[in-house]
Design a protein around this ligand. Structure first.
Ligand code: ATP
Length: 240
């Protein structure tokens, strides 16, 4: 790849006290890619995303974003620099309206006209959300809440969007819609790092993927190659 990476983790470790959850992983994302991180429960995927977003710190190794070391930056500064996280469970403000939730995503910004333009773009991307702007977010379906969470993250104008299990707990039809939205966001130029249990769907949409097992990366390749890899099929796609 001729471009330089937007994100680069080298020999990165993350620990919770004595427990090392991420045990020295190296991965890189290039601008415009959709890359997924798949693997079983407890493999360290969420921990990795949180270390990139800055809600957790590395205990060893390095993290570079746009060529710069950012391991020492607090999460809000990473957000301002263009790294947005849609957390596991979505982190919606349930008592605020949909529109208030979306506007929260722009809280670090002062460019009012651009914020309004970005809101319109999010409405175009998410017509179901647009229909429900005045609704209290806690009364939305899980799928709609996931859409709001993605829309809110886009209001920060990310260069790198981190998505943690966007399909969690949702019906297959709405999951498919959410993946179409993620794909559109990538097509619009946002680099995406996606953590997913639904390996089948994630690999189908991803340019590349990394497989994590017990805190390590054990396999990497294109989405299509991994989708057809016998080890991946037996371990993560429920085949014998
Ligand atoms: P899941 O899909 O279940 O979130 P995951 O691959 O994202 O799985 P992590 O959530 O990153 O895995 O967890 C990796 C390891 O770190 C697990 O062994 C988990 O028990 C441990 N862990 C996660 N959070 C904490 C915490 N706050 N304190 C201690 N250990 C933790």
């Amino acid at each position: 790849n001729p471009a330089s990476p937007i994100l680069q983790l080298s020999e990165a470790k993350v620990a919770y006290g004595q427990i090392e959850a991420v045990k020295g992983i190296s991965l890189e994302l290039f601008p415009g890619e959709l890359v997924s991180l798949i693997g079983a429960n407890g493999a360290g995927k969420t921990t990795t995303l949180n270390a990139v977003a800055g809600t957790l710190q590395l205990s060893a190794g390095s993290l570079r974003y746009l060529g710069e070391p950012i391991g020492a930056l607090p999460a809000h500064k990473r957000l301002r620099a263009g790294i947005a996280l849609v957390p596991e469970g979505r982190g919606i403000f349930t008592r605020l309206t949909v529109e208030e939730n979306l506007r929260m995503g722009a809280y670090t910004r002062k460019d009012r006209a651009e914020i309004e333009a970005d809101l319109q773009r999010v409405y175009d991307l998410l017509p179901r959300v647009k229909e429900r702007l005045a609704q209290v977010a806690g009364t939305l379906s899980g799928g709609e809440q996931q859409m709001v969470a993605i829309g809110r993250a886009l209001l920060s104008r990310p260069k790198l969007l981190l998505l943690d299990e966007p399909s969690m707990g949702l019906a297959p039809l709405i999951v498919e819609k959410i993946f179409e939205v993620i794909h559109t966001v990538m097509k619009q130029g946002v680099t995406v790092l996606l953590v997913e249990q639904n390996a089948n769907l994630a690999l189908g949409y991803s340019n590349r993927a990394y497989v994590m097992e017990s805190g390590k990366i054990t396999l990497t390749g294109s989405g299509q190659d991994l989708l057809h890899d016998p080890k991946v099929r037996s371990a993560y796609l429920g085949e014998v």
